[in-house]
Each structure stands twice: as structure tokens, then as C-alpha cells.
Design a protein around this ligand. Structure first.
Ligand code: SF4
Length: 372
């Protein structure tokens, strides 16, 4: 029987994403990743049919007022806060493709992982010119940690990606794929290896793909990405205030916000309105108004602004940086969801990628609440 949830779904997700959770059974659900790009030190949870990522291995999560008990026989777990039951969550099942290994002996789970409920995610190149030096590295990034710990391989070949993608579709029903990359040397900023990878996956299996990279120096790459089989494109600002960008991500901030805006304007006609997106980490110092202001410009361009709460990853320079409060996220996501819906760009209409998955933020749940 469903136990009544004391908070709305979007507020409960906000609470668990900003505070993190303490798991009474750390082995429940799909093993969480530590380090790497994207959501790390998180665990996938499902509430009211919505799958989201909640931090479990971060410093704030160890102090979180929220605990999740061991799942019962049906896989359901109660969420508690100070003795009050706040709702019920479930843990998505471990994907079957994790049990497979390539012919040359690489476990599939080192090539790509399951994100959220039905997203296959890979970091095609697990190294980055921005990560080589402490003065240039993005302070929130852990791309080198999972590589150093042997949990992934540095370069996933197109052939390996195609093999894993086919298995993930056939065995686990994944619905779309995220291909991100560290930034290599060269003015394409990773677009070339994303093209090769997308072509190989599309030749093997039907799977909508989002590619993610910094804006390439030449806008022609947008057409090449699209013709290679990339359905949607993410170019991620992360932080929006120029002075904060220069401090928190000194290497990446060499590509100015204005260049991102130019690149979005060039990419939207290629991929379509709402099929180009950005990722903004709320909680690193940008004000709510700064995030809403740039989001208004992005929406006008046809770019989906995927705003997620910052989660500090252990071992990074920002590991002790506080997470944003649930109220701060609410102050952004509530008006932002309205702006997005009024601008005609809904998460549900995105063909592939983070905005469609939505597991790192309550944003798409706010959008659905508005629609209902
Ligand atoms: S929103 Fe993006 S990074 Fe987060 S779980 Fe989904 S695919 Fe992964």
C-alpha cells in the first residue's frame, strides 16, 4: 500500500537532492559511481514513478536528516526525517548489461553506465586538457578519479560503445544515450570523437543520442554531429556569472559566455528548438536572479536550461562547498519551469539527454506539475 507522501513529489526530490540521504542498507539498488563526469557519489531512486539521483557518498549526505530504510520484499523503502515518514522510494534494478564483458576483456560497466532509469551514459574520452593542472581544472570535476581508481577506461572506442549500446537496449530497454567527453586538444573540442562514436552506435542500434562538449571553434561541427547521428546537443555553461566562472573553472571560462550564446544560436537551427541544452549548477555562487536572467535569454534562443543543484564530490577542490538549500532550488525551479513551458520547450519533448532524463534535478517534475 502507498504510504502518503508528506511533501509534494518535486519538493521531496528537491529535499533529497540538496541534503543527500543516509542509506541504512548501502547495498540497496544499483551501485553508485564515485568520481567521473556527471552525477557521481549518487544513487538512483524512484518516487511516484520519477527516477532521480540523490547524493549518498558526499559530506552533506553523511549529515543528512533523511534516512532511507532497507527495501522490503517488494523493493519499497520508507524515507524518514526525524522520526516522521516522508514518503516511499524504490531502487531501480541493477542493469543486466553490467554482467557482460567485451571480447577483449573490458567489463561493459567500464564503458558506459546506467543513469536514472533508462539512460545509457558514457564519457567517450575520460581525460581533459582542463584537468591537467590545478590552476585550470574545473573545481567541481572528478573526471580523473574514476579513471585513476580503475573503474573506467580512458578512451571508449566506437566499436565498444556500439556493442554496449546494443546490449543495453536489448537487455535493459534503455531509451536514450548521453555521450559526454573531456575536452581534448584541438579546436573541435571533442566533436570529432563524438561524431565517430555516434555513427558507430547508430549503425548498431536505434537509440536517440545526446552529445555533450564545449562549443567547437567552427560551427560546421554542428552539421557534422547531426549527420553522424547525434539527435541533441549539450553545451554546458555550468556557472553563469563571468567572475565566478573565471574563479571556479578557469580553463573552461576561457570560452566566454558570449561564445556559448553564439554557438547556441548556430546549433538550434541544426538540431531544432529545445534540442540544444545547457547544464547549470545552482549553488556555486550565481544568484537565483542571474540564473533566471540567462535562462530567459537561452529560452528565447530555443535552448533548454537544465538547472541542477550542485553536489560536492569527494576528492575535488569543492568537496566541502555547501549544497544549495531546497528553498533556493525552489526559488529557481518554480519560475524557471513556468518560463520553459511558456517558451514551448518541455523536457518531455527533448529527444535525448540530460534534460529529457531529468534525474539530476526536480525541474521536469515542476514542469509536469504545471501541466497537470
Ligand atoms: S540528468 Fe544527465 S547526468 Fe543526470 S542522471 Fe540523467 S543523464 Fe545522467
Amino acid at each position: 500500500m502507498e504510504i502518503p507522501v508528506s511533501l509534494s513529489t518535486e519538493r521531496l526530490i528537491n529535499e533529497l537532492q540538496t541534503h543527500g540521504v543516509r542509506l541504512l542498507d548501502p547495498k540497496a539498488g544499483v551501485e553508485s559511481r564515485r568520481g567521473g563526469a556527471g552525477p557521481s557519489d549518487h544513487k538512483a531512486l524512484t518516487v511516484d514513478g520519477v527516477t532521480f539521483m540523490a547524493p549518498v557518498h558526499t559530506a552533506p549526505a553523511f549529515e543528512s536528516p533523511y534516512t532511507i530504510e532497507k527495501p522490503d520484499a517488494s523493493g519499497a523503502s520508507q524515507v524518514w526525517r526525524e522520526g516522521v515518514a516522508m514518503g516511499e522510494v524504490r531502487f531501480p534494478a541493477r542493469p543486466r548489461f553490467y554482467d557482460l564483458t567485451t571480447a577483449d576483456g573490458v567489463p561493459y560497466s567500464k564503458i558506459a553506465t546506467l543513469h536514472g532509469r533508462d539512460v545509457l551514459a558514457t564519457t567517450v574520452l575520460q581525460s581533459c586538457i582542463r584537468y591537467q593542472s590545478r590552476t585550470k581544472t574545473c573545481q567541481f570535476c572528478a573526471i580523473g578519479q574514476s579513471l585513476a581508481a580503475g573503474r573506467t577506461i580512458e578512451r571508449k572506442t566506437p566499436r565498444q560503445l556500439a556493442e554496449v549500446a546494443r546490449a543495453a537496449v536489448e537487455l535493459d530497454g534503455v531509451k536514450h544515450m548521453v555521450m559526454t567527453t573531456g575536452t581534448p586538444r584541438g579546436s573541435d573540442r571533442g566533436a570529432e570523437i563524438l561524431c565517430e562514436s555516434a555513427s558507430a552506435v547508430k549503425a548498431a542500434v536505434y537509440l536517440p543520442i545526446q552529445a555533450q562538449c564545449e562549443p567547437p571553434a567552427d560551427d560546421e561541427w554542428f552539421i557534422r554531429l547531426k549527420t553522424s547521428g547525434v539527435d541533441t546537443l549539450g553545451m554546458h555553461l555550468e556557472v553563469v556569472t563571468p567572475e565566478l566562472r573565471a574563479r571556479i573553472m578557469p580553463g573552461k571560462a576561457e570560452v566566454k559566455v558570449e561564445r556559448y550564446l553564439e554557438a547556441y544560436a548556430a546549433a538550434v537551427p541544426v538540431f531544432g528548438r529545445g534540442q540544444v541544452s545547457t547544464y547549470i549548477l545552482a549553488g556555486l555562487g550565481d544568484t537565483a536572479q542571474a540564473i533566471l536572467d540567462i535562462s530567459a535569454r537561452l529560452i528565447a534562443l530555443g535552448v533548454y536550461p537544465f538547472v541542477v543543484p550542485f553536489v560536492p564530490i569527494s576528492g575535488t577542490p569543492l568537496e566541502s562547498h555547501p549544497t544549495p538549500s531546497a528553498d533556493f532550488m525552489h526559488a529557481i525551479l518554480k519560475p524557471l519551469s513556468k518560463m520553459i513551458v511558456e517558451g514551448g520547450l518541455k523536457a518531455a519533448d527533448i529527444k535525448a539527454g540530460c534534460g529529457k532524463c531529468g534525474a539530476c534535478s526536480a525541474l521536469s517534475t515542476y514542469e509536469r506539475t504545471l501541466a497537470s
